[in-house]
Design a protein around this ligand. Structure first.
Ligand code: OGA
Ligand code: MN
Length: 277
């Protein structure tokens, strides 16, 4: 469908240039995106300058769209701003959490299927986004190591993720984080299709039944493994770029940028379709 589509690396990403936002807001484009997401994990449309209306249209064609309870846009409630500037979003103070490898919605029973992020303003320093493919990372593990992971369960919490971003948090902050329920997920997520990925990232605290330190060390080792350059890509944003990712298998993080940065993203989120199993 898109003649300029080119894989970015053998294990992650496909990019398309010369397409406008209007061209993406139709069923054929959405179908192409769904299969490209399955095959490549990350889909980049360079400088397509999609507007909020077309972003919502494309998102709805891809799946059910999350309406965030807080921080949604007035005109398009599905669209939220990602920025460190409190004038742009009430959630600004949480967004330094994106500086650590994570998947979105990892504390939900059904993590979000995908995320669409488009750059309205870019940072002059920092602010790239990195992605790492945990299907490819799992597949490449030696068989003995795969066998060791069978049956392991991980405790995920918002508090674990936020404490990385705010190591000197106040008791009040900690109490707010603790309100988000924790969730236990298998370390290896097996899909209906048989595909497997590693479910790790900033929310992953301990492994059930292991010494806390030992569990954390295993998670840290798997995170380092998964985010090696061979499974990862780093996107340097230009204004108007649109990136979609399969959030269930792509760890991601923003390279730190400052609170005074102009960087401003608009984002939509697709509801998960498959419970972790
Ligand atoms: C997010 C996220 C990364 C970025 O919005 O969930 O991780 O680069 N964003 O802003
Ligand atoms: Mn995220």
């Amino acid at each position: 469908m898109f003649e300029t589509a080119t894989p970015i690396t053998p294990s992650i990403g496909i990019e398309v240039s010369g397409v406008s936002g209007e061209q993406l807001a139709n069923p054929d484009a959405a179908q192409w995106c769904r299969s490209a997401l399955d095959r490549h994990g990350v889909v980049l449309f360079r400088e397509c300058h999609i507007d909020d209306g077309d972003l919502v249209t494309l998102s709805r064609l891809l799946g059910d769209v999350v309406v965030p309870p807080m921080g949604g846009d007035k005109v398009h409630p599905e669209v939220s701003a990602i920025s460190l500037d409190p004038a742009e979003t009430v959630l600004a103070s949480y967004n330094t959490g994106t500086f650590h490898w994570h998947i979105d919605g990892a504390t939900d029973a059904i993590p979000q299927l995908g995320t669409l992020l488009t750059a309205l303003e870019v940072s002059t320093e920092g602010g790239d986004t990195e992605f790492a493919n945990t299907y490819a990372a799992y597949d490449a593990l030696p068989d003995e190591e795969k066998a060791e992971l069978v049956g392991l369960q991980v405790v995920h919490s918002f508090a674990t993720a936020q404490s990385l971003a705010h190591p000197n948090a106040t008791d009040k902050q900690k109490a707010a984080w603790a309100k988000v329920p924790t969730r236990v997920h298998p370390l290896v997520w097996t899909r209906r299709t048989g595909r497997k990925s590693l479910l790790i990232g900033a929310t992953a605290g301990e492994i059930v039944g292991m010494e806390p330190q030992e569990g954390r060390a295993l998670i840290a080792r798997l995170l380092e493994w998964s985010t090696q350059p061979r499974f990862a890509l780093r996107h340097h944003w230009h204004r108007g770029d649109l990136v979609l990712w399969d959030n269930t298998g792509m760890l991601h993080r923003a390279i730190p940028y400052t609170a005074t940065s102009r960087r401003l993203m608009h984002r939509t989120t697709l509801t998960g379709e498959e419970a972790v199993a």
